[in-house]
Design a protein around this ligand. Sequence first.
Ligand SMILES: NC(=O)c1ccc[n+]([C@@H]2O[C@H](COP(=O)([O-])OP(=O)(O)OC[C@H]3O[C@@H](n4cnc5c(N)ncnc54)[C@H](OP(=O)(O)O)[C@@H]3O)[C@@H](O)[C@H]2O)c1
Length: 311
Amino acid sequence: MEPIESIGHSQSKLQAVLLTGVSGYVGGRLLKLLEKEPVVLRCLARNTAKIKDFVAKSTEVVQGDVMDRPSLEKAMQGVHTAYYLIHMMSGSKDFEKQDRQAAINFAEAAKNAGVKRIIYLGGLGDDNTEGLSPHLRSRHEVGKIFLDSGVETIEFRASLVIGEGSISFDLVKTLTDRLPVMLCPRWLTTPTQPIAVDDVLSYLMAAKDLPPGESQIFEIGSEDVTTYGGIIREYARQKGLRRWLIYVPVLTPYLSSLWLTLVKRSSFEVGRHLIEGLKNPTVVQDHRALKVFPIHPMSLKEAIAMTIARS
Ligand SMILES: NC(=O)c1ccc[n+]([C@@H]2O[C@H](COP(=O)([O-])OP(=O)(O)OC[C@H]3O[C@@H](n4cnc5c(N)ncnc54)[C@H](OP(=O)(O)O)[C@@H]3O)[C@@H](O)[C@H]2O)c1
């Protein structure tokens, strides 16, 4: 495959960007923003048919899989900035192992190809907390593999992303839409600091234009620290739904799995892992992102209003 920086003289000075996860929630939305930028854009997808009608003519689509190292080596040729917007929670029983291997493959291929920057969206959560859920532990491990790779890495850590189609927000939305009375597991009282998808996208876009420097982790969130119960209540309020939340003292896997029976089959596996993670507080502790980027994330109320208006 030809290095993309060399495709056509007119494009030779443009930065080449590799985007992954385009068939996914965040990647699919980032695609539309990157396509408006003066960059040469290449997307990597396991199933190119899934995205080929979705991308602009100027966007190159290559077949690849982060578990298949040679496909990554090819896709990285000539790339300046590579976005990693992938997780393995939907398919694999042993997703931690798969996510680890995928990150190693991606980091090594990026290093060998001379990629200048990896941008990754992972999860919030305190590394020092005992009992960090497998999901959050794995998201942090992926970030660490990139940070240790020798390729400059910008890792963002976010809690629940609010927006139509985001699996974690859809989980909250589906349950609230369907259940007038909810027997609530304890995790509904866990502190969290969600963020609107538009703000996540602004951070991901801005990261590509940071001056070269050291690898960094940025914790990002809206201005509101709330709980999952708080998100449900605000969503119900804006939709004009009367909902009763009855808290039960113990979290039982049975109770959580009952909730999940309402969620569509395709989201079940991911939902199960996400729910395990809801016992961990996901709150911004390091506020540096607000100083480094000219981005002022919207409130929970605004984020939910925006999502309802778009749905
Ligand atoms: N959504 C949220 O609320 C949220 C919150 C915090 C952080 N994040 C982070 O944001 C990132 C993206 O999340 P998302 O919600 O956009 O996920 P998503 O909608 O579930 O999409 C996951 C993407 O990963 C791709 N993928 C899976 N296995 C792959 C493989 N072996 N090779 C290549 N691609 C593969 C999928 O492609 P296929 O079509 O081929 O399956 C899909 O495009 C993740 O790192 C996640 O942890 C998301």
